[in-house]
Design a protein around this ligand. Structure first.
Ligand SMILES: NC(=O)c1ccc[n+]([C@@H]2O[C@H](COP(=O)([O-])OP(=O)(O)OC[C@H]3O[C@@H](n4cnc5c(N)ncnc54)[C@H](OP(=O)(O)O)[C@@H]3O)[C@@H](O)[C@H]2O)c1
Length: 309
């Protein structure tokens, strides 16, 4: 039987944090977790969009427990402030979905000088997860979900001497690097959970090809780059709905049988219900994971202290 939202068990009493919950896949993840009774912290940048997203869920699910938390992943100061705000209200977190992302945009820098795609897609989430870790470790079985893409196949592992691609920038090289980093982060985090003997799980997903704002934004920001326009047109024709794209994330976040270190993707690579897939090659490169961890600690100034609560 294909996995569907009807398979999500009751989430009453759970605290979930979803980044980028004001649109696209993140909004659908927030909606379904709230429908099943979770208290959802919608961590998002654009607050007008966030208000509208919350209203759209409440229209459908009047009693939904939703909280807005401003978060700009392109600013470590914002990440620290958001984490402090979340921890002040929630000493325990059960689900963290590191979903927000940008794709195929022109060379830009975050507030801290990071290349924007690595900064938002990986480094911001690295810092957020490190800050929320004590609360995650207080859960009897926390999940941290990272969101990769088929971009991981053309990405190269982060080079410690040039993580921000100085002199080598290309919008797709940067996206691929950040999406391979999402895989390496998820795998290394899960290894650390197991090494410490804590009950938390780190899981990575590829959502498939889903018609969200991701492709449109890359067209807007590049002023209409040709490959960006191709993906934008294609996703309108053959992309899944955001609700279908969100299924891999929801399965990783809620399926009692979802194992730490697993990869979930649609059955037919970019389409279909979420299934577990094996990982090969560079996705399992332990040296690359260790290098990524060192670079991420160096760039963000954050460390992970994984130990039983
Ligand atoms: N859709 C697909 O086909 C597809 C395929 C593979 C992987 N993915 C991955 O799925 C994830 C979600 O993408 P989506 O398809 O839902 O795209 P989307 O509709 O464009 O949503 C992206 C989300 O990221 C947020 N975001 C961007 N920059 C941010 C920042 N600096 N700080 C905080 N939030 C920020 C956006 O919020 P604002 O609007 O407030 O900026 C938005 O909520 C991404 O990681 C993407 O790489 C998507």
């Amino acid at each position: 039987m294909a996995w569907a939202t009807t398979d999500i068990p009751d989430q009453s009493g759970k605290i979930a944090v979803v980044t980028g919950a004001n649109g696209g896949l993140g909004l659908e993840v927030a909606r379904e977790l709230a429908r099943k009774g979770a208290h959802v912290v919608m961590a998002a940048r654009d607050q007008d969009k966030a208000e509208a997203a919350r209203a759209s869920i409440r229209d459908e699910i009047p009693g939904a427990a939703l909280e807005l938390q401003p978060l700009d992943l392109a600013s470590l100061a914002s990440v620290h402030k958001a984490a402090a705000g979340i921890l002040a209200n929630h000493p325990r977190i059960d689900i963290l979905v590191n979903n927000a992302g940008v794709m195929g945009i022109p060379a830009r820098r975050t507030e801290d000088g990071f290349e924007m795609q690595l900064g938002v897609n990986h480094l911001g989430h690295f810092a957020l997860t490190a800050e929320l870790l004590p609360a995650l470790l207080r859960s009897p079985g926390a999940r941290v979900v990272s969101v990769t893409s088929t971009g991981r196949h053309f990405g190269t592992a982060v080079d410690p001497d040039n993580p921000h691609l100085v002199g080598r920038y290309d919008p797709w090289r940067a996206y691929g690097q950040s999406k391979l980093a999402n895989v390496h982060f998820a795998m290394e985090l899960d290894r650390r959970f197991r090494e410490a003997g804590v009950p938390a799980r780190s899981i990575v997903v590829h959502p498939g090809f889903a018609s969200t704002d991701l492709q449109a934004r890359s067209v807007r920001e590049t002023g209409g780059g040709s490959s960006q326009r191709f993906f934008h047109a294609a996703v309108r024709w053959v992309g899944m709905t955001p609700a279908h794209g969100a299924l891999s994330l929801l399965r990783a976040a809620t399926d009692p049988n979802a194992a730490g270190g697993a990869l979930y993707t649609p059955r037919w690579v970019n389409w279909g219900p979420p299934v577990r897939r094996p990982m090969f090659g560079r996705a399992r490169d332990l040296d690359a994971m260790a290098r990524l961890w060192e670079v991420s600690e160096r760039e963000t100034g954050m460390t992970f202290d994984v130990k039983p609560a």
